[in-house]
Unconditional design. Structure first.
Ligand code: MG
Length: 385
């Protein structure tokens, strides 16, 4: 039986995970949930899924949660607050499977602690692999736990690699939708508004990842994610723009054969794959209708108009603490864009600035990484204000 805890239950991944769990039946039990500050939705989820342990990141909303729960028939046995609360849920002894779907660096410590308690990790929180990939993979190997990516691309690559030998892989072909502005000129990119950037053509997701998809930073983060998850050199990962988001990624082998995984653009597909792995289970999602597809197209990404992609590759090449800077600078820049403080095309300029100012640390420890992360955030806030 899979006893599941979800970090970030009220976010887009969390909500969809709960939908999938509900459709899968009795072998899947929700034991832990965490939320940022969305008390109403959390209470609704508590009533429906009856978790044993719950944590709320926003401690100030604790009273509101307690008040709402006092009127409920069901109350979780354990309720915690803040980052410590997230760690309690992530490491809860009665769960064996963690859906790590927080957004950004905040998920690092709870996920690492869960690895050390030997939970299987279903990872949507790709930022933590970018900021501390070497440490996470080292710990996963040490504690012999599996990390299953919830990213459609990485789920696809994982499926293409099943039963294959690593040394027979020539390259990984990572597909990118291109986001809403793929055909925009450099001039028009300067005028992009928040509402336009939040309107993704093929995927319905949370705000941070939707902006990352529009700048193509998401693909840069995914490149680094693939590098760590599949232990493959950055120069063996090719990015191709595939606007239909039907081919979720591909693997090319030494004999020239290319294996692709296809499916509809719905995050519940990779979610269900991770939850049921190593088995497959019947799904109630619509099937892929090939006859309705006019064509599938593949194109080179434009590094000039989308400099975030170039910056991600540069950070990955420098290794050490540079991807940590890339990730933290991007988080602050995206947040500032969403709050109207900077323009869309300021995002790469500011990330480049932080990367230029940073003194590289090779083989950083966890302490180094946390320090570099906060240094970068301060540097970014300073220059934005
Ligand atoms: Mg993805």
């Amino acid at each position: 039986m899979k006893k599941i805890s979800i970090l970030g239950a009220t976010g887009s991944i969390g909500v969809n995970t709960l939908k999938v769990i509900k459709s899968l039946g009795k072998e899947y039990k929700v034991v832990g949930l965490t939320a940022g500050g969305n008390v109403n939705l959390l209470v609704k989820q508590i009533k429906e899924f009856q978790p044993e342990i719950v944590a709320l990141m926003d401690e100030e909303k604790g009273r509101e949660l307690e008040k709402k729960l006092s009127k409920c028939k069901y109350k979780p046995a354990h309720i915690f607050y803040g980052l410590k609360g997230l760690v309690k849920v992530a490491t809860y002894s009665k769960s064996n499977f963690l859906v790590s779907s927080l957004v950004g660096a905040v998920g690092l410590i709870p996920t690492l602690e869960a690895i050390r308690k030997r939970k299987t990790i279903a990872l949507a929180n790709k930022e933590i692999l970018v900021m501390a990939g070497e440490i996470i993979i080292r710990e996963a190997l040490k504690y012999k736990i599996q990390i299953l990516s919830l990213d459609s691309e990485h789920s696809a690559i994982f499926q293409c690699l099943r039963g294959e030998k690593k040394k027979e892989v020539r390259k990984i072909i990572l597909t990118a939708s291109g986001g809403p502005f793929y055909r925009y000129s450099s001039q028009n990119l300067q005028k992009v508004t928040v509402a336009e950037a939040l309107n993704h053509p093929t995927w319905s997701m949370g705000k941070k990842i939707t902006i990352d998809s529009a700048t193509l930073m998401n693909k840069g983060l995914e490149l680094i994610e693939a590098h760590y998850l599949f232990d493959i050199n950055i120069d063996k990962i090719q990015i191709v723009v595939h606007p239909q988001s039907i081919v979720h990624s591909m693997v090319e082998f030494v004999d020239g054969a290319v294996i692709a995984q296809l499916g509809i653009a719905d995050m519940r597909l990779p979610l269900q794959f991770a939850l049921t792995y190593p088995c497959r289970q019947k799904s109630n999602l619509p099937a892929l209708n090939l006859e309705k597809l006019n064509s599938l197209s593949f194109d080179k990404p434009d590094f000039k108009r989308f400099p975030c992609l170039r910056l991600a590759i540069k950070a990955a090449g420098k290794r050490g603490s540079m991807p940590t800077v890339l990730n933290a600078a991007n988080e602050v820049a995206v947040d500032s864009f969403l709050n109207g403080k900077i323009k869309f095309m300021d995002i790469p300029v500011l990330i480049q600035y932080a990367m230029n100012k940073h003194k590289l640390i090779n083989n950083p420890t966890l302490e180094d990484i946390l320090e570099v992360d906060s240094w970068t955030r301060n540097k970014m806030k300073e220059v934005i204000n």
